[in-house]
Design a protein around this ligand. Structure first.
Ligand SMILES: *Cc1c(COP(=O)(O)O)cnc(C)c1O
Length: 387
C-alpha cells in the first residue's frame, strides 16, 4: 500500500472562460444542465427513445434522410476515422483535396487503412474550383473523394455546388468534413450529393467535446456491404454499431449517456431556433467581426467570398508578438483565441464564433479589447505601456 500519487485536492474550480478560438466553444447553459442529470441505462426504453430523437435531429441539422446517422462515441476525429474505416479497403484509391491542416489529417488516416492516397493541394487560405476537382477526378479515378467543407485551420469555406454531381459522374463517393460547419453554416448533404460526413459536438452545436456525429448514405452503405473483409476497426464498425442504434438494440459498447443528453439538448435548441436562423446569426456576427477588424486596420487572411462564418483568420501585425497578446487575453480577460497551425503558425490569430458563442456582445467585447489593448503590444509602443 503506497500513498505515492495520492493527491489531496479541493473540488475542481476552473474559471469561466470565453472560448473564441478554433474549438471547443462554450456550451449552452441548458446543455450543461442536461449533462449533469443522473445517468440512465443505455438500454433503458427512455434512452432508446432519446437515441431516436438525437438521430432525427442530426438528420435535420445535416439536411439528410440517411438511415445510418449516429453520434459516434469520441470526438470529431473518431467520426472522421469512422468514415474511412468503414469504406476504405486496402488498395482503394482515395483522393484528398488538401487546403489546410485537416485535409492532411484525412491523408494520414486514409493511409493507415491502406488506401492508395492521392492529393491535390491549394495554398492555405484558398479553396478548390469545380474545374480543379473535375481534372483531378478524371486523372486519378478515385473510389472516394475526401474534402473539408469548413477548414478550421485557414478559415476557408469550400463552395460545394456541383461537386456531388461530378462524384456521381466519376462513380466515386464524396466524403465531407463538416466539423466546423454543422449547425452554423449552410449545409445540405442530400442536395449536395454527399455520401459520408462527420462532425463534432463542441463547435457549432454548443455542446462540450465528446461526440462525433457520423452519417452515411446509400451509396456508401453499398460499399460497406460489399467489403471482402471485416471493417478493420472494431469500435467504429458501423455494421456493429447499427445493431445497437438500429432496431435490434444489441449491446456494442456502453453509450456515453450523459454526452447524448447534452447532444439532445444542443440539437433541440438548434431545432427551436431553426437552422436558417442559426445560419443567419452566424453570418451576421461574423460580418460584424470582419467589419470591426478591418476598421481597426487589421488584415483578414481569406478573401471575402470564401470566408467561413465560424472561424476567422486575422493576420498578426508584423510588429506584434501574437502569442504574447493571446496569452494576455487569456490571463487578464479569460478570453481564448487560437494561433495559426502549419503553414499559418505565428502568422494569424484564429477567432471562432461558434454555436452559443456567436453573439454580437462577444464580437464587440473582443473588438474593444483589440482596439484598447493591442497598441501596447506593438514593438513601436513605448516600453512602459507593455508593463
Ligand atoms: C476540430 C476539427 C476536427 C477534429 O475534431 P476533434 O473533435 O478535435 O477530434 C476535424 N476537422 C476539422 C475541420 C476540425 O475543425
Amino acid at each position: 500500500m503506497s500513498d505515492r500519487h495520492r493527491l489531496h485536492l479541493g473540488p475542481i474550480a476552473t474559471p469561466d472562460r470565453l472560448l473564441l478560438g478554433p474549438g471547443p466553444s462554450n456550451a449552452h447553459p441548458t446543455v450543461l444542465k442536461a449533462l449533469a442529470r443522473t445517468p440512465i441505462g443505455h438500454l433503458d426504453p427512455l434512452y432508446i427513445d432519446l437515441m431516436g430523437e438525437v438521430q432525427d435531429l442530426l438528420r435535420y441539422a445535416w439536411q439528410t434522410e440517411n438511415r445510418l446517422t449516429i453520434p459516434m462515441s469520441g470526438t470529431g476525429s473518431a467520426a472522421m476515422e469512422a468514415t474511412l474505416a468503414n469504406t476504405v479497403e486496402p488498395g482503394d484509391k482515395v483522393l484528398v483535396a488538401v487546403k489546410g491542416y485537416f485535409g492532411l489529417r484525412l491523408v494520414d488516416m486514409a493511409g493507415r487503412y491502406r488506401a492508395e492516397v492521392a492529393t491535390i493541394e491549394r495554398p492555405w487560405g484558398e479553396a478548390f474550383t469545380l474545374e480543379e476537382i473535375e481534372q483531378a477526378l478524371d486523372s486519378h479515378r478515385p473510389a472516394i473523394l475526401a474534402m473539408v467543407h469548413a477548414e478550421t485551420s485557414t478559415g476557408v469555406c469550400q463552395p460545394m455546388e456541383g461537386i456531388g454531381e461530378l462524384c456521381r459522374r466519376y462513380d466515386c463517393l464524396l466524403l465531407l468534413d463538416t466539423v466546423t460547419s454543422l449547425g452554423a453554416v449552410p449545409l445540405h448533404l442530400d442536395a449536395w450529393g454527399v455520401d459520408l460526413a462527420y462532425s463534432c459536438s463542441q463547435k457549432g452545436l454548443s455542446c462540450p467535446p465528446g461526440l462525433g456525429p457520423f452519417t452515411m448514405g446509400e451509396r456508401a452503405e453499398a460499399k460497406l456491404a460489399s467489403r471482402s473483409g471485416k471493417v478493420p476497426n472494431w469500435y467504429l464498425d458501423v455494421s456493429l454499431l447499427n445493431q445497437y442504434w438500429g432496431s435490434n438494440r444489441v449491446y456494442h459498447h456502453t453509450a456515453p449517456v450523459n454526452m447524448n443528453f447534452g447532444m439532445r439538448e444542443a440539437l433541440r435548441l438548434l431545432a427551436d431556433e431553426g437552422l436558417e436562423n442559426a445560419w443567419r446569426r452566424h453570418r451576421l456576427n461574423a460580418e460584424r467581426l470582419w467589419t470591426g477588424l478591418e476598421r481597426l486596420g487589421l488584415e483578414l487572411h481569406v478573401p471575402d467570398h470564401l470566408r467561413l462564418p465560424t472561424l476567422t483568420t486575422v493576420r498578426i501585425p508584423e510588429d506584434v508578438d501574437g502569442k504574447a497578446f493571446s496569452l494576455h487575453l487569456l490571463n487578464t480577460h479569460g478570453i481564448e483565441v487560437g494561433g495559426g497551425l502549419g503553414a499559418l503558425a505565428g502568422k494569424v490569430w484564429r477567432i471562432g464564433l461558434m454555436g452559443y458563442n456567436s453573439q454580437p456582445e462577444n464580437v464587440d467585447l473582443l473588438l474593444d479589447l483589440l482596439e484598447t489593448e493591442l497598441p501596447a503590444f506593438r514593438q513601436s509602443a513605448p516600453v512602459a505601456a507593455i508593463a
